[in-house]
Write a protein that binds this ligand. Structure first.
Ligand code: BG6
Length: 466
């Protein structure tokens, strides 16, 4: 059922695992001032309570970690390059050599095990300076800084990395302007027009990355990355069906532009109806025609929509809005669990685009309860995670049987890391346990969870035996 050479693996992001936030010339990124993730206020400068400053110390322990991932049989490892390691402020003329060296070592380590790196160029970690000086992606200037950054890393790693993603969950800028778009202006003060303008700058920059990347190495495979939350109608009422479609369009627009090279009609109509007039230069229209090689997605949940705004009360964990689905159960953090939604979204994208798809994030954030053994080791029996992954992978398999071309699947946070939305350690996704707690205590030692052996077997049998 899963094709030969299917890319099984895991995914992380630099800012959630590397730590070493100010080592070897790294600049401060927007994450370094977000000690409470999406929920809390940002601080003026990095504060010790921010777990991301040390992360899981991947910067110093990546060799040990990759060894474990290789033991699980990973074919692919998704990580991001921290922009602020390469250009500490974001506007320098010359890159930081030490930052470049780190990723050379990391990719060399991947190669040692035959693991393909899959690299996100921008994963919620824009240099803070660009946020403060320009209000992040609201400024067209960011396109130029991003172009210099991506050109630098494409040149640098052109023989080490083949698979690239331009922006993590690019559509989330509408929902989380600071984390996603480095926009300092508070969300309540931003107009929709300003948000869509910032989104347009990112879409344009993304298309530039595709062009620059292909010029540097024509074998590069460059994809977009969409936070995929399928929207179901809350009832069979046709008005609810249309409401669901409308909410879905907010996200689909981002994939449509990346794949079709132009804004879809429904988006233009939405802009018109809402008095949104975007500054789109002629050269932007040209560059948008540089379309992606594949579409990648994160998938955690589905949501529902209703035409009646009274009913549209947002669920606690509905990251892109919508109302909770009464038929589904939720994780402890209110994220509704819907394995079939993953198949639904894969089939929808395939029917829409006929482009290869890549599931680059999926997983369960859950509290683990390690058992302390007499010999000092920790045992973690995470059957709930195995169950979650099994059910989702089954649906990926079903989509493939139904004709969808899926390149690979990477489990989010394959090694425990700091959560993006809550900045906690206790919201764990990993198959490798990291001994670190929400108060920052812990040895940082790594332990294999029960899911480690399970996933190892899944990969060894190429998904035949879940
Ligand atoms: C995705 C992000 O939205 O979800 C990741 O790309 C994030 O960075 C992941 O970690 C899981 O979310 P959280 O908030 O549980 O860490």
């Amino acid at each position: 059922m899963f094709p030969e050479h299917f890319l099984w693996g895991g995914a992380v992001a630099a800012n959630q695992c590397e730590g070493a936030f100010d080592e070897d010339g790294k600049g401060i990124s927007i994450q370094d001032v977000l000690p409470k993730g999406l929920k809390g206020e940002r601080t003026k400068s990095p504060v010790q309570e921010n777990l991301k400053l040390r992360g899981i110390d991947f910067y110093h322990r990546y060799k040990e970690d990759l060894k474990l991932m290789a033991e699980m049989g990973f074919k692919v490892f998704r990580t991001s390059i921290a922009w602020s390691r390469i250009f500490p402020r974001g506007d320098e003329k010359e890159p930081n050599k030490k930052g470049l060296e780190f990723y050379h070592s990391l990719f060399a380590e991947c190669k040692k095990y035959g693991i393909e790196p899959l690299v996100t160029l921008s994963h919620y970690e824009t240099p803070l300076y660009l946020a403060e000086k320009y209000d992040g992606w609201r400024s067209r200037k960011l396109i130029d800084f991003y172009k210099i950054y991506v050109k630098t890393v494409f040149e640098e790693y052109k023989n080490e990395v083949k698979y690239w993603l331009t922006f993590n969950e690019i559509n989330s800028i509408l929902e989380s302007p600071f984390m996603s778009g480095a926009i300092v202006t508070p969300k309540e003060e931003l107009t929709e027009e300003q948000l869509y303008q910032a989104a347009h700058h990112e879409l344009t920059a993304s298309a530039w990355a595709v062009k620059i990347g292909h010029e540097i190495n024509e074998d590069f495979k460059i994809g977009c990355m969409i936070l995929s939350v399928p929207v179901y109608p809350l009832t069979p009422n046709p008005d609810d069906i249309l409401a669901a479609k409308e909410l879905e369009h907010r996200n689909l627009m981002f994939a449509d532009v990346h794949v079709r090279g132009t804004y879809p009609g429904y988006a233009l109509q939405y802009f018109k109806e809402h008095g949104i007039s975007l500054d789109i230069e002629e050269s932007d229209r040209e560059i948008l025609k540089e379309t992606v090689d594949f579409v990648s997605l994160s998938y955690y949940m589905s949501t529902c929509a209703a035409a009646d705004s009274e009913k549209m009360r947002r669920g606690e964990g509905n990251i892109l809005g919508g109302v909770p689905n009464p038929t589904l159960k939720s994780s402890e953090w209110g994220w509704q669990i819907d394995p079939k939604g993953l198949r639904y979204v894969l089939e929808m994208y395939w029917e829409r685009y006929q482009k290869p798809l890549f599931v680059v994030e999926n997983g369960l954030g859950a509290r683990d309860h390690p058992i302390h053994k007499a010999d000092g080791s920790l045992e973690i029996v995470d059957d709930y995670r195995i169950e979650y992954l099994r059910r989702h992978i089954e649906e990926v398999g079903q989509a493939i049987e139904n004709g969808v071309k899926v390149m690979g699947y990477t489990v989010w946070g394959c090694i425990d890391l700091v959560s993006a939305s809550t900045a906690q350690m206790s919201k764990r996704y990993g198959m490798i346990y990291v001994d670190r707690n929400d108060d920052g205590s812990g040895t940082l030692k790594r332990w294999k969870k029960k899911s480690f052996g399970w996933y190892q077997n899944v990969i060894a049998e190429n998904g035949r035996n879940l």
